[in-house]
Design a protein around this ligand. Structure first.
Ligand SMILES: Nc1nc2c(ncn2[C@@H]2O[C@H](COP(=O)(O)OP(=O)(O)OP(=O)(O)O)[C@@H](O)[C@H]2O)c(=O)[nH]1
Ligand SMILES: [Ca+2]
Length: 496
């Protein structure tokens, strides 16, 4: 019994002081790890916000972006939180009543207030960028465009956000920011990976942007945009074709078919049986076609459908000018374009149209895509109307729009049946819409640094794990040292 008690007394784990040290040690480790986890999580849950209004030619959209508060400079962390489509047409359509352009934005701005925590409103930047619709209005009537901007600005200033301005984007900016958005969301910029080109088809203009090894900006410098992003240099080729968005391209095609001022036309880009009376004044009411207006014989003409893809292609080819090129190579209308290179993301109307036509799969041979579109165009209008329940104005135009997209790509930009598969029709990347707005905000908030940011060598999880393991290890070592020293403390002092 006495040896057992002796052993117990000699075993440090049975001494109260050891037990107390152990309990304190365990509490310390648990506290340390808990503090680490809670501290970091609280920070990660705080978000910052930014709002961009895309005042396009056909409509305005409001986008809210969010990113973790402590990660302003980090990679790929900005995401789209909310999208609101403004009711009605684009702001450039309010020339007669400019204040209504401002009013049209109110309901989406109210939605933005609800979607962003109130205390963050004053520090949330608010931008409005206008594109081709306002570019055309400025050409047509610059004071009317100023009035629209004034009205819009008044509304934006009435909200509690940090208003940063409403302005007209240059075509190069529109193209370049669309390219930044696509490559940022795909995480290509931080890694210095080969970038993806961007194809944007709007209502009034269309943009093509890509990096080509054969383009350094010396030939046709107007098409060059240079960036240094995350430590990598890019010289981007970009061009915006005003009047070649799909709504203005339709006007160009109609203008081509009504040159002589006829009372009726049979348009191969519309379905057989389609029959609509159109006003010359309405068709030619745009700076893209106003100079081609025929000497009016009649106020209206009858727009009949012919439903013939091949003939439609011919009509569309005639809206491009391939005759003059003062550079080494051109796309169309005498605009320089270097050789196509790499993958391309095609968004906005490219996606809406090809998605409606079930033609977004670019691994399908181009010949098959053309055959399917040809069959669609040849389908009678009565049958098309029966098969789809969408507004007739939009439904009527898909044959034209699909043919326009393929012709623009193949004849205009020089894609071939081989390179067609390098195009991907996209709407969103990781839940954020493809378009210029995100790139625009990233640029204006300096969220893409020129140099690669110093990133912590460990991920958050490895950091917590390493600290936990090290704390446990130190504690074990401490106990072991204590244990090895124990007999010395425990031995009776020797009497010499
Ligand atoms: N089918 C379909 N068409 C759409 C949709 N949204 C927009 N469109 C049409 O597609 C075309 C291009 O739309 P957007 O990309 O929004 O063009 P936008 O920004 O208004 O015009 P730009 O100022 O030229 O960029 C327009 O003719 C629109 O009417 C949609 O959801 N479905
Ligand atoms: Ca647009």
């Amino acid at each position: 019994m006495s040896t057992q008690r002796e052993m117990k007394e000699r075993n440090p784990w049975h001494r109260p002081v050891t037990i107390i040290i152990t309990v304190i040690g365990v509490i310390a480790i648990v506290t340390l790890v808990t503090v680490l986890v809670i501290q970091n999580r609280t920070i990660a849950q705080k978000y910052k916000y930014g709002i961009v209004l895309d005042a396009g030619s056909s409509h305005t959209s409001l986008y809210i972006y969010q990113w973790p508060a402590e990660k302003d400079n980090n990679t790929g962390r900005v995401e789209q939180k909310h999208h609101c489509q403004v009711a009605g047409k684009g702001i450039s359509s309010y020339t007669a009543t400019p204040y209504k352009a401002g009013e049209s934005l109110i309901s989406c701005l109210k939605e933005a207030k609800e979607n962003i925590p109130q205390k963050m409103h004053p520090e949330t930047p608010l931008y409005l960028g206008a594109t081709a619709g306002m570019r055309l209005l400025k050409l047509e009537n610059s004071s009317a465009s100023d009035e629209v901007f004034k009205a819009v600005e008044k509304t934006l200033r009435g909200f509690p956000f940090s208003y940063q301005g409403a302005r007209l984007l240059a075509g190069q900016e529109e193209g370049a920011f669309g390219w930044v958005t696509v490559n940022y969301l795909d995480d290509r910029l931080t890694q210095g990976l080969e970038t993806t080109g961007a194809l944007d088809l709007g209502g009034a203009s269309t943009q093509i942007s890509f990096v080509s090894d054969e383009y350094n900006g010396s030939e046709s410098p107007d098409n060059a945009v240079s960036f240094r992003l995350y430590g990598y240099d890019y010289t981007l080729y970009t061009h915006s074709f005003l009047c070649y968005g799909k709504d203005q391209a339709l006007r160009l095609a109609l203008a081509h078919q009504t040159k002589s001022g006829p009372t009726a036309i049979t348009d191969p880009c519309f379905h057989n049986g389609y029959n609509e009376t159109r006003h010359y004044a309405a068709v030619y009411d745009s700076p893209c076609v106003s100079d081609q207006k025929p000497q009016i014989v009649s106020e209206t003409f009858i727009h009949l459908g012919g439903g013939n893809f091949t003939q439609c292609q011919e009509v569309i080819k005639s809206i491009f000018n391939f005759t003059s090129c003062r550079y080494s190579r051109c796309s169309f209308n005498g605009i320089f374009q270097p050789p196509l290179q790499g993958q391309f993301g095609a968004f906005s109307a490219y996606f809406f149209v090809m998605n409606f036509l079930n033609l977004t799969d670019t691994s399908v041979p181009l010949k098959t895509v053309m055959q399917k579109l040809s069959d669609y165009c040849a389908t009678p209008w009565t049958q098309i109307k029966k098969e789809h329940d969408i507004p007739l104005k939009y439904l009527a135009e898909y044959c034209f729009s699909g043919t326009y997209i393929l012709t623009l790509m193949m004849e205009g930009y020089n894609f071939t049946s081989e390179t067609y598969s390098s195009i991907k029709y996209i709407q969103k990347i990781k839940n954020s819409d493809a378009g210029w707005t995100l790139g625009y905000m990233l640029n204006l908030t300096n969220m893409i640094p020129a140099e690669a940011p110093d990133s912590p060598p460990l991920t958050y999880t490895s950091y917590v794990s390493v600290v936990t393991v090290m704390a446990i290890l130190l504690f074990v070592i401490f106990i072991l040292i204590l244990y090895s020293l124990w007999p010395k403390f425990n031995t009776e002092p020797k009497i010499i």
